[in-house]
Ligand binder design. Sequence first.
Ligand code: NAG
Length: 205
Amino acid sequence: MLGKKLVTAQKRGETRALFLGLGMVACSVIMYFFIGITIVPAYKRSVWTNESVCTLMKASIKDPVHCMYNEGSGDENIFRYPCLEVEVNLTRLGQVVKLYHTEDTVDRNPQCSYVPPNVENYGEVQKEVEEITDNFRKHQTFSCFYDPSRKEESVILKRLYPPEDLFFAFIWPSLMLLGGVLIIVMVKISQYFSVLSASQYRTGT
Ligand SMILES: *[C@@H]1O[C@H](CO)[C@@H](O)[C@H](O)[C@H]1NC(C)=O
């Protein structure tokens, strides 16, 4: 009687562990999927892979431009920002090219080297852009990233999507997958041994 109860309890525990393991495997697959459709394309698009030294050629502020996101939204004064234009000498190749802040800057507004993250207060934005311009004039030489294939001529100052970071994005789902598989394997091993000992019991050894 007691033996039978124990066996049922053990079975129930095994089933739960098995579901936990399978759930973890399913979760990690979903996480891989989302990383695959959201983060990986951004890293693939980032062609500015090689580092070089850039020297400043020109840093000037053009007329305020419309923030592209809000084009045609009506209120013109709120969504304008000064357009900073920076040109540098990519010293490794001796080319004078346009510098952008990050990969995203190119997407958001290819006319300007810097797109302020927050464009609501024009006074503040203007101060910010002027400070950045001064900073460039003070530090004339700095490191930058370029596309070695030269399909993309511009250079960027900071990489948002260095490939090393992709590794960290994959750590959590990989650990979860490993944990899930380990649980499933352990349940299977324990099932195997209980079947083995039961058959030994029956043959009366
Ligand atoms: C760019 O830098 C290289 C290497 O320092 C130099 O030889 C070249 O003359 C520079 N080009 C311009 C336009 O200043």
